[in-house]
Design a protein around this ligand. Structure first.
Ligand code: GLN
Length: 477
């Protein structure tokens, strides 16, 4: 069993041929993951009991001749900002170091109901704030493609696990690029679905109007399968959409002839780099596949970073107010009066990036600045979304880089938060507009660093996005 290269189809096939049982697979996957993990620190903890229980249920179904579900026996990792009942969920924060959730996120519940086997929880930036995974209170993750480099963030653990092969697929979360950017840096597929496509129930809130749960896989088909399992209306999340969920894998036929692809001028200006060359080569491949490629314009792009970092910090400052030392585990030991307890708990519990965002967010929401910053940013967000609506009147999909550069060295951007924020320049617009977008591997630099190509599609048009990504992946392999 070549565990690190297994696909969902490979698991299904192995179980069908009785090459292994789900329990044997889970046991071997756990052994392999535990042995490999010290290289990257991608898993924060394993849950062998839960994994073997889930695998046992799959084996019982097989014995009874029942369908095992679309993820039957598939080893999965879950980002540690997604709650798991009875299984410690820290959000990469000291504040939640001992938090044991009393319920499962809807995505977790659905993936287990579909036969998925959760092996453990994936490391991430604290409360999903970051682009390098260096903001985790439990140590950074190293990129499996180059161990002296970051895996990207904030879902760096999930991306590294998928790339390392220590799970077949993984769940991450994306607020401004946290699935696509680490997918690009680690050389795997990462998907941010349409806002509302996947329930956020049980995803610990960072910036609620931007937060998405999204899947990672080593191939497009696996990511599409996982999305199909977790997508769909959920009564427990009022922002989850009623829209029916198509069978994403049914449409992966390799045929993209005549598909109209837009290349936004603003995303390619000044991209004279190895990353730019690889994306250009990817575009040539799309042309060879029969796609019609044309230049388009998304004029509000220049304002995206400022807009995003106002809205996300505003929402974060409000969402993080709940960590007060009363309701969730960590409380400072050195507290006299109530106000001291709050101050000390938050002062000792939050890392520097969370504090920076709480301060920025509080500032942009304060009376006197609200109109100038927050309200203005909301208007700009509408302009950014409108750019995409206009573009999708002319094209079926948009192709761009994911990140201006490949994985950088650990520590390289740590002292310069603004440089770090610029990592997100190509990814935050998709979140601001709420459209589906993904990263698909498109080659490596001379130094062997993976580079991802971003595909964006119209609201709820994930099926077409996957079809394009899958056709690209086939021609590229
Ligand atoms: N890197 C971005 C940030 O730090 C995006 C994070 C995310 O998508 N969760 O906010």
């Amino acid at each position: 069993m070549e565990i690190s290269a297994l696909t969902i189809e490979g698991v299904r096939e192995g179980l069908r041929r009785r090459a292994f049982s789900a329990t044997e697979l889970a046991t071997e996957a756990l052994r392999f993951a535990e042995a490999e993990n010290p290289k990257t620190n991608a898993y924060l903890r394993f849950c062998p009991e839960r994994a073997l229980e889930a695998a046992g249920r799959v084996d019982e179904k097989i014995a009874r001749g029942e369908d095992t579900g679309p993820l039957g026996g598939v080893p999965v990792a879950v980002k540690d900002v997604i709650v798991t009942k009875g299984l410690r969920t820290t959000c990469g924060s000291k504040l939640l170091a001992n938090y044991i959730p009393p319920y499962d996120a809807t995505a977790v519940q659905r993936l287990e109901a579909a036969g998925g086997v959760i092996l453990g929880k994936a490391n991430c930036d604290e409360f999903a704030m970051g682009s390098s995974n260096e903001n985790s209170a439990f140590g950074p993750v190293r990129n499996p493609a180059a161990l002296d480099r970051v895996p990207g963030g904030s879902s760096g653990g999930s991306a590294a696990i998928t790339a390392q092969g220590t799970a077949v697929v993984a769940l991450g979360s994306d607020t401004g690029g946290s699935v696509r950017q680490p997918a690009s840096f680690c050389g795997v597929v990462g998907v941010t679905p349409t806002y509302g496509r996947v329930s956020r129930y049980g995803l610990v809130a960072f910036a609620s109007s931007l937060d998405h749960i999204g899947p990672f896989g080593r191939c497009v088909r696996d990511a599409a399968t996982l999305l199909g399992v977790i997508a769909g209306r959920d009564e427990l999340d009022a922002t989850s959409a009623e829209a029916p969920v198509p069978d994403y894998t049914a449409q992966l036929d390799g045929n993209v002839r005549g598909l109209r692809i837009g290349l936004p001028r603003e995303y390619f200006n000044g991209l004279a780099s190895e990353t730019g060359d690889l994306i250009q080569a990817g575009v040539e491949t799309l042309k060879k596949l029969g796609c019609q490629v044309k230049e388009i314009s998304l004029p509000a792009t220049d304002y995206a970073i400022a807009c995003y970092y106002i809205i996300c910090t505003a929402e974060a400052s409000s969402n993080l107010a709940r960590y007060d030392g009363v309701r969730y585990t960590f409380r400072s030991a050195s507290s006299g009066a109530l106000s001291d307890m709050y101050r000390n708990t938050r002062g000792e519990g939050f890392g520097a990036e969370c504090k920076r965002r709480i301060m920025l967010g509080t500032y942009v929401l304060s009376a006197g600045y609200y109109d100038a910053y927050y309200l203005k940013a909301q208007k700009v967000r509408t302009l950014i979304a409108r750019d995409f609506t206009n573009a999708f009147a002319e094209v079926d999909a948009i192709v761009t880089p994911v990140s201006p550069f490949p994985a950088f060295k650990l520590g390289e951007k740590l002292d310069d938060p603004l440089q770090m924020y610029l990592s997100d320049i190509y990814t935050i617009t998709g979140d601001l507009a709420g459209i589906p977008c993904m990263s698909v591997p498109c080659g490596r630099t001379a130094a062997g660093l993976p580079v991802g190509m971003q595909i964006l599609a119209n609201h709820f048009d994930e099926a077409r996005m996957f079809r394009l990504a899958d056709a690209f992946e086939r021609s590229y392999r």
